[in-house]
Design a protein around this ligand. Structure first.
Ligand SMILES: CC(C)(COP(=O)(O)OP(=O)(O)OC[C@H]1O[C@@H](n2cnc3c(N)ncnc32)[C@H](O)[C@@H]1OP(=O)(O)O)[C@@H](O)C(=O)NCCC(=O)NCCS
Length: 466
């Protein structure tokens, strides 16, 4: 898909001086039309498609969860445009939508919020985390441990207890109903052991628990005690409260809420795929989410938002951008926060986040310099790479400075991404295992064949391989 100079200019000039409400108003979206969607008819397998390295363009399954049009910059969850959801919805409503497929009624939303509130306190999991040298671990590694611990607390598999609810004491994480009943919405092979945790309740537990675990890691790594969640706060407000120890104001909570919404789901990205591969073995949802976290750790995926901040800080000011960019191009450096495998235009999530970044940074001189530097870098990148290579800002370009302005340190940016993306991971895993087929692509063997085995004493002393 080629891109015109006019388009690059329009994208660059958009989105200045907005309020939170303006910033996310639906009018900013590209209008979706029916033809933006893939055929509604079920696919007749096998399909023919051209597959590139890294499974590029491969179609691995059908989904009804999320839709991305990379050429036009459109993202929707369950058919609802991301701009509408950001303008009108909350992370609670959106995570319910992603997992269950429809917008909840008022009663359902109330019940879901109560469920999340009841699943947020994780005393045993946090106690176990507190016993570890969290300050010596990367936060994403600590998050994997936290999820594994949560799973263990929930299922107590190692004690061989037939009913997990019997093995939880009064001080336990809230797990009264992890029974086969709670998983009955799945029609997976019932030969799976009863302890298998691939149910909707586990999905909710992971959505609720991820925020508590991430916030606890943010504090433990600084030598601070975790803060208990408050049942009266929203998911976004709780996350900020549990990280910083201060209840955020309405605007801060709303901006965090929108940041959570835009990160909720995004097609078959690397971490979602990693989670689904694990789920397809009929392992459990906790192991699947742990794999998602592992994949999200890499700098080419979730880790980019942290790198963006370091880049902007090292550039220092908008005046230095031109020189920095020239040098970076000469060294063939990848500019973090730009480019996308799917979006060949401005990432709609970056469109939502950019004006929010401006709002949240405007009262702090250091942060507003960071924002101005980002704007200048965006200008340079789009000028040089927008039309020629379809490189535009992606979701990670403005998210980092929003998190920083909200009191979250850079090392926690990717874990905060996971707090939101867990909704997409669990939804897609549950959707996939309903009609499960284990993932098993092939590799093209290009190595040597028919080699003669040489005994050790006759191999000589030179080392040939690593
Ligand atoms: C996201 C990303 C991994 C997608 O990669 P991809 O679809 O495999 O794209 P490719 O690596 O094939 O890149 C295509 C071309 O664009 C260039 N390109 C891609 N991203 C670039 C970036 N951020 N800065 C500079 N050039 C970039 C590549 O150098 C390549 O140029 P070439 O054709 O001259 O070799 C890639 O854009 C990237 O590394 N971005 C920076 C990391 C980042 O922000 N990740 C968060 C993604 S949400």
């Amino acid at each position: 898909m080629s891109c015109t100079a006019g388009k690059a200019k329009r994208l660059r000039d958009a989105d200045a001086n907005q309020t939170v409400a303006d910033a996310v108003r639906p009018g900013k979206k590209e209008t979706m039309v029916g033809s933006d969607f893939v055929a509604a008819e079920p696919i007749k397998w096998p399909v023919q498609c051209t597959i590139g390295r890294g499974l590029q363009d491969a179609i691995a399954c059908e989904t009804q969860i999320g839709f991305v049009n990379g050429a036009r910059g459109i993202l929707s969850y369950r058919g609802y445009d991301i701009f509408d959801l950001c303008a009108q919805s909350t992370f609670e409503e959106v995570s319910f939508l992603i997992i269950n497929g429809y917008l909840p009624s008022a009663d359902e939303l109330k019940q879901y919020k109560e469920t999340l509130a009841s699943l947020r306190p994780l005393p045993r999991t946090l106690r176990a985390l507190g016993a570890l040298p969290i300050e010596k671990m990367t936060p994403m590694a600590a998050l994997r441990v936290g999820i594994a611990t949560l799973r263990q607390v929930v299922t107590d598999v190692d004690t061989q207890s037939p009913d997990p609810s019997h093995s939880i004491d009064t001080d336990a994480d809230t797990v009264p109903d992890v029974t086969p009943d709670s998983n009955e919405d799945l029609e997976v092979d019932r030969a799976i052991p009863a302890t298998t945790t691939l149910g909707r309740k586990d999905a909710y537990r992971l959505v609720a628990g991820m925020a508590t675990i991430v916030a606890a890691i943010a504090r433990l790594r600084k030598g601070l005690l975790p803060v208990e969640p408050r049942p009266d706060l929203s998911h976004a407000a709780n996350l900020l409260y549990m990280i910083t120890g201060t209840v955020p104001d309405e605007q801060q909570a709303r901006i965090m809420d929108i940041a959570l919404i835009v990160h909720g789901d995004h097609g078959m990205n690397a971490s979602t795929f990693a989670a689904m591969v694990v789920a397809s073995t009929l392992s459990d949802l906790y192991a699947s989410v742990e794999s998602g976290v592992g994949a999200l750790s890499g700098p080419l995926h979730g880790g980019a938002n942290e790198q963006v901040l370091y880049t902007l800080e090292s550039i220092g000011s908008p005046e230095r951008v031109k020189e920095w960019f020239k040098e970076a191009r000469a060294k063939k450096k990848r500019i973090m926060g730009f480019g996308h495998r799917v979006y060949k235009t401005y990432d709609p999530r970056a469109k939502v986040l950019k004006p929010l970044a401006e709002i949240v940074t405007q009262n702090d001189p250091k942060l507003s310099t960071l924002f101005a530097t980002a704007q200048a870098l965006e200008h340079e990148v789009i000028e040089e790479l927008g039309d020629t290579k379809n490189i535009f800002p992606n979701v990670d370009f403005y998210s980092g400075m929003i998190y920083k302005a909200l009191g979250i340190e850079p090392a926690m940016f990717t874990p905060v991404f996971a707090v939101s993306r867990v909704a997409g991971w669990v939804a897609r895993c549950l959707e996939y295992v309903k009609d499960n087929r284990i993932f098993r692509p092939r590799a093209m063997y290009t190595g040597e064949t028919s080699r003669q085995y040489v005994p050790l004493e006759r191999r000589g002393s030179t080392t040939k391989g690593a």
